[in-house]
Ligand binder design. Structure first.
Ligand code: NAD
Length: 477
């Protein structure tokens, strides 16, 4: 018997979990539930991650977690439990199917049937943030080749397994040429290995606009973490209600299944919440653990309930729905329909083997990496970039000051007086021809800066890889 960790959550969590487990038990799932404590209670007991040791032990032992939504307490010092779980357990793929159940669930997009596959560990969610000056804070966006390859290959394998025809990649590589540029480049490389699946790339802004307007033109979508977070909530809402969608967080060793929505505190304890998101997540979980026949039975019973007009408040519409039910009565209605086949919503038939295996990452032969210079970031309260340039341009004989930018816009040489400047200046020093291409010169340059009262807040080395510059130029150049 498969043992699965189960977290009952906060807010509406315990109610929708009770409803879901009632349905799973009645359907005869072969699972031993292993309850774990995490969330608000753990946070308030002083555990800043919201997850205690017993919960970690259970999840790592069982490898699968069914999780109801959790409340992150207000105020600083509390880390997101979801981000911690995803990153600590290596859950790199977040899979969020969003389908319309028209006409039973009102939506403007009756043909919509798509899956958002979101990279789940990287991007701005690395959570590396710093305040560097009085006026400027920064968050580091990390995109890695192994991370891109894994999620994009997962998306193509998913499309093949589920007979999907097309994958759309969303990036903003017209602006973030290196980070989103890498995601897009890897997408093109991997797409070439799957000629049977159509592939396309959208700049996220227009792609998201088209998605909100015409979701039926999309099939599988793959994108970096933050875009996927935003886009998948929009698609869930477009399908009718955030209360309907479930998600799978998949890793090499562990997997976590949950509704996409939060703990909805105003609905808590009122028997009003729709348990469908968590139930659909648990259907994904049953497929994952090889109990696809039970998953089919439950999904078909759920579809029967919907098409018979038995609806929770969030999707109830007078004239369209037949009976308004609470959370627990909705679960009872699904249980009563176990074994039935829907007549209007298409019955499901799941593949018997749904595990996607991604080959281990193969590191490529490293390219030749040569030091070109250094960007020195300086906290300076002045406003005249000529003054700053004359203060720092002679800091080291091996380097030439070639550019100063403020918020990425070139302000020296030949800046515009219209450009607004903060106290955060990026000063680019490029190595002169013939200078040693080692870090020693940079260390000396920084020493001279300190001696001259220049407040260096950070540096970024400038490298070329096989002669290709691995850093952005200042806008305005
Ligand atoms: P929310 O998803 O809880 O609620 C958004 C809206 O959707 C509300 O109007 C709510 O009533 C409605 N809604 C959500 N689930 C529903 C359901 N099953 N049935 C009917 N209506 C439903 O988002 P929020 O209000 O921004 O967040 C509340 C709390 O949830 C916060 O503490 C947040 O940190 C947490 N949260 C947790 C998770 C998670 O555990 N995975 C995800 C998102 C938010």
């Amino acid at each position: 018997m498969q043992s699965i960790s189960v977290a009952h959550g906060d807010g509406i969590g315990p109610e929708i979990m009770e409803a879901t487990l009632q349905i799973l038990t009645a359907a005869g799932v072969k699972v031993k539930w292993d309850p774990v404590e995490m969330g608000e209670k753990e946070y308030l007991a002083g555990n800043s991650s919201g997850i205690g040791k017993n919960a970690w032990d259970s999840i790592r032992r069982n490898k699968v977690l069914l999780k109801a939504p959790m409340t992150t307490p207000q105020g600083g010092g509390y880390k997101s439990l979801n981000v911690t779980l995803r990153k600590s357990l290596g859950l790199f793929a977040n899979v969020r199917p969003c389908k319309s159940f028209h006409p039973f669930v009102p939506t403007k997009h009756p043909e919509m049937d798509l899956v958002v596959i979101r990279e789940n560990e990287e991007d701005l969610y690395a959570g590396i943030e710093h305040q560097q000056t009085d006026e400027v804070v920064q968050c580091l966006k990390l995109i890695t080749r192994p991370g891109c390859e894994r999620i994009i290959r997962y998306a193509f394998e998913y499309a093949r397994l589920y007979h999907r025809k097309k994958i759309s990649c969303f990036t903003k590589d017209n602006i973030m040429k290196l980070t989103d540029g890498l995601f897009h480049r890897v997408f093109k490389e991997i797409a070439a290995e799957y000629p049977d699946i159509e592939s396309e790339n959208w700049i996220i802004d227009i792609g998201a606009a088209r998605l909100a307007d015409t979701p039926e033109m999309f099939d599988v979508l793959v994108m970096p973490n933050l875009y996927g977070d935003v886009v998948s909530d929009i698609t869930a809402q477009l399908s009718g209600s955030v209360g309907l969608a479930g998600s799978a967080n998949i890793g090499e060793k562990c997997a976590l299944f949950e509704a996409i929505h939060g703990s909805a505190p105003p609905l808590a304890g009122k028997d009003l919440a729709n348990p469908s998101g968590l139930l659909r997540a648990s259907i994904m979980m049953l497929n994952h653990i090889g109990q696809s026949e039970t998953a089919e039975t439950i999904k078909n019973a759920w579809s029967c309930t919907l098409e018979e007009g038995i609806h929770t408040e969030d999707i109830f519409r007078t004239g369209l729905s037949k009976q308004k039910v609470g959370t627990q009565d909705f679960a009872k209605a699904v249980v009563e329909r176990l074994g039935k086949t829907p007549t209007q919503i298409k019955p499901v038939s799941y593949a018997k083997e749904v595990k996607i295996h991604i080959p281990p990452y193969q590191r490529k032969k490293p390219r030749e990496k040569t030091l070109q210079g250094v960007d020195v970031f300086i906290d300076w309260k002045g406003s005249d970039s000529d003054e700053l340039a004359s203060k720092i341009r002679k800091l080291h004989q091996d380097f030439q000051l070639t550019m100063i930018t403020n918020r990425g816009v070139k302000v020296w040489p030949e800046g515009f007086e219209e450009t607004f400047c903060t106290d955060h200046w990026r000063c680019r020093f490029e190595l002169l021809p013939g200078a040693a291409k080692t870090g020693m010169g940079i260390a000396e340059l920084l020493g001279h800066a300190v001696e001259n009262g220049v407040e260096v807040i950070k540096t970024e080395n400038l490298y070329a890889f096989d002669g290709e510059k691995g850093y952005s130029l200042g806008q305005g150049q």
